[in-house]
Design a protein around this ligand. Structure first.
Ligand SMILES: Nc1ncnc2c1ncn2[C@@H]1O[C@H](COP(=O)(O)OP(=O)(O)OP(=O)(O)O)[C@@H](O)[C@H]1O
Length: 603
């Protein structure tokens, strides 16, 4: 599935309320419970202060202006100012505290996810595009952070605010209060009918935006292939389609929203107008005072704010539920390959390796990729793994590194089952160089020291010289301190390979795994690589997924893998004598080489 398709097949944006997830989310608040209690108290006091304003105003109108009492006017104006000032101060405080805890919670959650992610086994990453995992760590943690922090406080604050207003309105005049709520059923009907439509359109707008991002990502990553195949026109059409869908979804959402909310406000206003009309008449009747009706109307104005805030928090809550489900799914995934309870440190190994009747499948209910594989390798031997593509060569080294555990049988190092060793002590003694070595952003030295930070400068220099990296480094602007970009894009394929050799040599593993590069480099670099390789392999048990006849011929043991089985094993001479699959492979390669040489000579 392409990135774009994954994005169009967007995860659900909202999920019904789930008490279990809510409890788990609230757990993240626990370390900050004291501060949060303080926030709730401050918010509550602030709400009381804010609710007192219309009443103060009413007194000011009735007792001050109405009775022409300047002392009351002075005092109440001062009180009003004081209330506003304290309110502002309290708001400043609780906003600061909420932001502080919000950031702390986000920090904790992101850190926990990142730490956990690094422990997960390859199988977890096999079936998930990197973009999706990244979006979980960024977007989904944000959604949860916003809810457990701002959202919950808003909920408490606005709910008590709303309750306070209703109580005051009923306390002031229950008949007038009932009259002002006359439009509520109609409002409820409109909002409950239209809100899902608005939310749905926004959700579509977001998911099409995500598809736009996915498409951009795929285009940037694959720009070489796109241009090489001249696919720009086709890509434009595809992008146009997604872009159009995004525009339409946005327009629908904004049209609905700009119709519905003014409508809601107008209907709300109708209720207020009825109160104004009826209240004004009662003021003239002398049944109520001017200050009273002013305060009453003021509370009515305030009524809508908490309602719309609560409806927003509600959708925030549902989208946080969807995010929580995705995040907890990652956090609840146990690493498949992990230290057994009785795992021991693997002592310094000699390097004997044996596979005993090992079978393996990548997925349950799928056929075995390795079938009953057995072989013995003595310490210091060089093993060449050869065979057609998809035969299972990489899978063998994956099991040796314990990236996956064998489904049946056992993998032994110096006679000890790798499952009994702690992962760290096992992998510390192994080194792996893949065809396209991953280079991290940082300096050449950082990359060299990746497996052994404590190495001395001399060791670093020596490793660099051994693999002929020093010649490349001396041509770089800052030598070993030259900054490399992510994936080492400034370096050529051959240079990246030599750097990877240097990195492994410095970590000095007892067992080395090497996926020999198939891509051709110029003869000089090839010669450097071969020389570096000899240095690297010397004195270590080495498994080479070999493509070059020269490497294969030099091997102490050749394992010919076919359809997940060891079809033949032995030395070059033994296998040539056997005249089987290996002999055939060698003949094919030799005749290919001859025809290339013939062609070169003819030209
Ligand atoms: N992560 C994975 N999930 C599912 N199946 C996989 C996975 N990796 C490899 N396979 C399958 O397992 C089989 C063996 O793959 P493996 O990579 O070991 O072959 P290989 O001999 O190293 O091939 P090549 O020389 O092309 O690298 C193949 O059929 C492949 O499709």
């Amino acid at each position: 599935m392409s990135q774009t398709e994954w994005d169009l097949d967007e995860d659900q944006e909202e999920k019904p309320f789930n008490g279990k997830y809510m409890k788990r989310m609230l757990h993240y608040l626990l370390p900050y419970r004291k501060l949060m209690t303080l926030v709730v108290v401050v918010v509550f006091i602030n709400m009381l202060l804010s609710l007192s304003e219309p009443i103060i105003l009413a007194y000011l109108i009735d007792k001050g202006i109405g009775m022409k009492d300047f002392t009351v006017i002075h005092i109440l104006a001062g009180v009003l100012f004081g209330v506003k000032l304290i309110g502002w101060l309290l708001s400043w405080m609780h906003t600061r505290w909420i932001n502080f805890t919000g950031q702390r919670i986000l920090f904790d959650l992101r850190q926990q996810l990142f730490n956990h992610l690094q422990t997960l086994s390859f199988r977890f990453f096999d079936g998930r595009p990197a973009g999706k995992i990244m979006s979980r760590i960024t977007n989904d943690t944000n959604a949860i952070g916003e809810l457990i922090n701002g959202g919950l406080i808003t909920m408490v604050m606005e709910f008590t605010h709303l309750l306070g207003i209703v109580i005051i309105l009923v306390w002031m005049d229950w008949q007038l209060a009932l009259l002002s709520f006359i439009m509520m059923p109609l409002l409820y009907l409109i909002v409950s009918k239209l809100r899902p439509k608005i939310e749905g359109s926004w959700s579509r707008s977001r998911s099409t935006m995500s598809a736009i991002n996915g498409n951009l990502n795929e285009t940037i990553q694959g720009i070489r292939v796109i241009q090489a195949f001249s696919r720009q026109q086709k890509n434009n059409e595809k992008f146009n389609g997604i872009n159009l869908r995004n525009k339409q979804a946005f327009m629908r959402a904004i049209t609905l929203e700009s119709t519905v909310y003014p409508l809601v406000e107008m209907i709300g206003m109708l209720g207020t107008c009825i109160v104004v009309w009826y209240g004004a008449m009662r003021v003239i009747d002398g049944a109520i005072t001017l200050g009273f009706i002013m305060a009453f109307i003021n509370y009515l104005w305030r009524f809508w704010g908490p309602l719309s805030a609560l409806s927003k928090v509600y959708s925030q809550l549902l989208s946080a539920m969807a995010s929580a489900e995705r995040i907890f799914e990652i956090l609840d995934t146990e690493p498949e390959v992990k230290n057994e309870v009785k795992a021991r440190e693997l002592p310094q190994v000699r390097g004997d390796v044996s596979f005993k009747n090992v079978s393996f499948r990548y997925e349950e209910n799928k056929p075995d990729v390795l079938k009953n594989v057995s072989f013995e390798v003595k310490a210091g031997q060089r093993v060449a793994l050869v065979g057609p593509t998809g035969a299972g060569k990489s899978t063998i080294v994956n099991l040796l590194m314990r990236f996956y555990d064998a489904s049946e049988g056992s993998v032994l190092i110096d006679g000890m089952d790798v499952k009994q060793a702690t992962l760290e002590s096992l992998r510390k003694q192994m080194g792996i160089v893949l065809q396209d070595s991953f280079i991290f952003a940082g300096t050449v030295e950082d990359n060299m020291r990746y497996g052994n930070e404590e190495a001395s400068d001399e060791e670093l220099q020596r490793a660099g010289e051994s693999v002929r990296l020093d010649r490349i480094v001396s041509k770089l602007s800052d030598g070993y301190q030259t900054e490399l970009e992510e994936r080492g894009s400034k370096l050529s394929v051959g240079q990246r390979q030599l750097l990877a050799f240097g990195r492994v040599l410095l970590s000095d593993p007892r067992i080395l795994i090497l996926d020999e590069a198939t891509s051709s480099v110029d003869t000089e670099t090839e010669q450097h690589i071969q020389e570096a390789l000899q240095k690297l392999l010397a004195g270590r048990t080495a498994f080479v997924i070999a493509h070059r006849l020269s490497t294969i011929k030099d091997a102490d043991l050749i394992l010919v893998i076919e359809n997940g089985e060891v079809a033949e094993q032995g030395s070059h001479l033994e296998l040539m004598k056997l005249g089987g699959l290996y002999a055939n492979l060698v003949h094919t390669q030799l005749s290919m080489q001859e025809s290339v040489m013939l062609q070169t000579n003819m030209n």
